[in-house]
Design a protein around this ligand. Structure first.
Ligand code: ATP
Ligand code: MG
Length: 393
């Protein structure tokens, strides 16, 4: 019977919270594997064991583990029962030698971990004995650093597991550990990466997108739906609020000089987002801002925008360069969708040279002539909710 053994790092460091972290990780894996061919997901001395009847399901199972935050690494393992007092290593050695037949390699090493110290041999003894057998059986050499194959042997609960490949997981913390946040997602390259970063630190992300309808086409909205759908892979379900912003922008334009409009738009977005955040029990707002990247992201303008929110505004990309953000977007698979052409609402009625230093007093003066509360209410009333589920796709 094949198994997947899932290991976690960071969680193990969390002292008293460890049980809670493990529980969340197991729960997430169970949810993610709901429709996979799996018989059991259970904790096993500092790792998680996934049991499945048929090795042909491995790629599918692997794909689900790969998208689970909190997983440091994982492997496909096989198991044999073992006696602690008088262990017979022969069946284990034979099984490993057979498994190695499908691999091309010149050098190998054996790395044993005993979760159960009652086992009568030490890890070093096991490494030596298994290594000696494999040298004789395969004719290959042992190499401790940089071996082609690392045979990992784990003794847990009267069973010995072995695996030949360790795959890196996405790391981070399990979904839900860090509660809910609301991400303002634009359809550009940056905000999906910002959402990913927060998910990776254990937040469940709820999304809001402001679209230019009725003045602009549905393009940005469709892109954002695609992006949220891609990101849903990591948290299994997602909610996206779609807020029509064209009419609000028209009202702002009627009463404001062009160079400060982007900052006024952003402040309106923040106010509406904050109401949605409270409704969704979110502790923070997330944006894809990166310091100094565009006019709305200068130190002064970020400060002027931040001033309207009561909740913390989280900007996980603040210190990253565009090129670093782009690389990450490619890695997580959102880049191709983000670069599809669209019409972002922020391009509506703005000049080519926006003010890079909007002073708070100027902004506040302009806002006095706007019916801010009515605009927030209109936005909230017109918001549509779209729900996403990984299992539905
Ligand atoms: P992105 O690539 O995420 O669009 P950007 O570098 O293009 O970022 P801006 O367009 O200035 O920068 O947007 C900065 C941030 O403001 C975005 O990352 C996003 O969090 C938020 N934002 C901008 N436009 C919208 C929108 N239409 N709906 C929701 N959030 C938005
Ligand atoms: Mg943008």
């Amino acid at each position: 019977m094949p198994y997947a053994l899932v290991h976690y790092h960071e969680l193990a460091l969390k002292g008293r919270n460890r049980g809670f972290f493990e529980q969340r990780l197991i729960q997430h894996l169970q949810n993610s594997l709901k429709k996979a061919n799996v018989t059991e997901v259970r904790p096993l001395s500092g790792r998680i064991r996934i049991t499945f009847p048929n090795e042909s399901s491995w790629e599918d199972i692997r794909d689900r583990i790969r998208h689970t935050f909190g997983v440091a690494n994982y492997s496909l393992a096989h198991a044999l029962p073992i006696d602690y007092e008088t262990p017979d290593l022969k069946p284990l050695c034979e099984a490993i030698a057979t498994a190695l037949q499908s691999r091309t390699f010149e050098t190998f090493r054996v790395t044993t971990k005993r979760a159960d110290k009652r086992f009568s041999k030490t890890s070093v003894e096991l490494n030596r004995e298994i290594g000696a057998y494999l040298c004789a059986a395969t004719g290959k050499r042992v190499r401790l650093n940089g071996a082609d194959v690392n045979v990992v042997v784990e003794v847990v609960d009267h069973t010995v597991y072995f695996s030949l490949v360790k795959y890196p997981g996405p790391g981070g913390l399990p979904t839900g550990i860090s509660r809910n946040v609301l991400c303002l997602i634009s359809g550009g390259i940056d905000s999906p990466v910002a959402a990913y970063r927060m998910m990776k630190r254990g937040c469940r992300v709820i999304f809001v997108h402001f679209h230019g309808r009725p003045y602009l086409s549905r393009a940005s909205e469709e892109k954002v739906r695609d992006l949220v759908s891609l990101l849903t892979r990591y948290q299994l379900t997602a909610r996206l609020y779609l807020v029509p912003f064209g009419e609000i922008q028209r009202q702002i334009v009627a009463d404001s000089p062009a160079p400060i409009r982007v900052v006024l738009y952003r402040r309106m977005m923040m106010r509406i987002a904050e109401q949605l955040a409270e409704k969704e029990h979110c502790w923070g707002l997330v944006t894809g801002d990166s310091l100094g990247q565009v006019a709305s992201q200068t130190a002064e303008n970020l400060q002027t925008v931040s001033q309207v929110a009561h909740l913390p505004i989280l900007r996980p990309l603040i210190g990253m360069d565009k090129i670093e953000i782009t690389d990450e977007a490619q890695q997580i698979g959102t880049f191709e969708t983000s670069i599809e052409p669209d019409q972002d609402c922020c391009t509506l009625f703005v000049p080519r040279h926006p003010n890079t230093r909007c002073r708070l007093d100027t902004i506040q003066q302009t806002e006095e002539s706007l019916s801010i509360q009515d605009m927030v209410r209109e936005g909230l009333e017109a918001a549509e909710l779209a729900e996403f589920s990984f299992h539905a796709s």
